[in-house]
Design a protein around this ligand. Structure first.
Ligand SMILES: C[S@@+](CC[C@H](N)C(=O)[O-])C[C@H]1O[C@@H](n2cnc3c(N)ncnc32)[C@H](O)[C@@H]1O
Ligand code: SF4
Length: 392
């Protein structure tokens, strides 16, 4: 096993508040009347110390911090600064650490971006979702397309690395309309884009509208047309997918998300955050309470709000690593799974692997097992075959 202090470690910080709840979103996000920012800053720092100790990660090299949400651009910049300062005290921090924050493009938040940059963030991910006003209304967003473009422009003057999120395959959107919209998105010349197909998540307003027959989304065949178009157009401008929904110019991939997809170690603090990390060759998973008020109470009382702390079996780890790693175009480093979880026969089906390679659904290259173009839309089926007889 490699020296554990040298394997990548990331920190995820969840800020659970939003101005309003978008009808498609099932993230742990809440609309609050008021937030005691000093108390939240104190609690986040306390939970960070607790997690670092529990996971035995003090002094390890921290590659990335990601402030996600919710809407982290609604945090007090001082809160972000306090968390970054605490992380710098606890871990070894290289000069090129990636510190990403998600931001919404409403004008009030855009005005504050410089303060977050001063607090230490060096990469920004802006949730624009659509450049069309009917798309934004449909998605229940609080900003106009014009406001979003202005905020993006402003962000690019402050941050060297800026990404944007968009949602496509929306109700009634035709492939031709998406082609036009994507054309305009690509003309922005961003180095990183997250382009998500709309998914209907149980518990959301969109989901119940769909259940009642009031909202349509493309079926699998139509969705494939949107997906292929997206792959071709992004590839043509040199910003290809490196993961199912994430596109980057070379070298601009999100290092933070790569840590998840490569099944390395991360700590997760804040309501509903989860982390996964190795402690003495055991793969541990921690999950904090989802409800913001309950989370805050728990942390003030006992320095953490972890309500689930479990050890993953090696089969669970191998399956997670396969599932996450095959999302990447590069694929998954097979020997690393074998190194941690033992020979394939203990967690996977070697015969199925050989058959899937022969049928050109997956390929082995330089030690990486990856999906081929033909296999990419069939990720779940491929996983089912690869893990047959080892359902955990
Ligand atoms: C935590 S949210 C983003 C942060 C920020 N609050 C925002 O909305 O701009 C992460 C991203 O997930 C995507 N997303 C959320 N729910 C989705 C859904 N049901 N289908 C597709 N994409 C979704 C959106 O693009 C969103 O920007
Ligand atoms: S999409 Fe973003 S702004 Fe909308 S509810 Fe989810 S986290 Fe909040």
């Amino acid at each position: 096993m490699a020296d554990a202090s040298q394997t990548p470690l990331a920190l995820y910080v969840h800020w659970p508040f939003c101005l309003s709840k978008c009808p498609y979103c099932d993230f742990n996000s809440h609309v609050a009347q008021s937030v005691d920012h000093d108390k939240w800053a104190d609690a986040m720092v306390r939970e960070l110390h607790h997690h670092a100790e529990r996971a035995q990660k003090q002094n390890h090299t921290l590659s990335s911090i990601f402030f996600g949400g919710g809407t982290p651009s609604l945090m007090a910049p001082e809160t972000m600064a306090k968390i970054i300062t605490a992380a710098r005290d606890i871990f070894t921090v290289p000069h090129d650490i990636e510190i990403t924050m998600e931001a919404n493009p409403t004008s009030v938040e855009a005005e504050r971006l410089k303060l977050f940059h001063d607090a230490g963030a060096n990469r920004l991910s802006m949730g624009i979702q659509s450049l069309k006003s009917d798309g934004l209304t449909y998605l229940g967003r609080e900003h106009s397309a014009e406001e979003a473009l202005k905020a993006l422009d402003h962000a690019r003057q402050i941050f060297n690395r800026v990404s944007a999120d968009f949602i496509y395959a929306r109700t009634d959107q035709t492939p031709d309309e998406w082609r036009d919209e994507l054309h305009d998105i690509l003309a922005l010349g961003l180095d990183h884009l997250s382009l998500y197909q709309l998914t209907l998540e149980p518990g959301t307003a969109f989901y119940s509208r769909h259940q009642r027959g009031l909202l349509n989304v493309p079926d699998a065949d139509e969705a494939r047309i949107f997906y292929d178009m997206t792959q071709n157009m992004t590839m043509a401008v040199g910003c290809p997918a490196y993961e199912i929904s994430n596109h980057a110019k070379p070298g601009q991939e999100s290092r933070h998300n790569l840590i998840y997809w490569q099944a390395y170690d991360w700590l997760g603090i804040g309501p509903g955050a989860y982390g996964r990390f190795w402690v003495d060759r055991k793969r541990m998973e921690s999950r904090s309470r989802r409800d913001p008020a309950a989370w805050l109470d728990d942390v003030m009382r006992q320095d953490h709000a972890i309500d689930q702390y479990t050890e993953d079996s090696m089969i669970d780890f191998a399956h997670e690593a396969l599932m996450m790693g095959l999302r990447l175009h590069q694929g998954v480093h097979l020997n690393r799974i074998i190194d941690m979880a033992g020979p394939i026969s203990g967690w996977g089906n070697e015969k199925a692997m050989e058959q899937l390679i022969a049928a050109d659904f997956i390929a082995m290259e330089d030690g990486y097992l990856r999906l081929t173009d033909q296999g990419r839309p069939l990720l779940n089926t491929v996983i089912e075959h690869l893990t047959q007889d080892h359902s955990g």
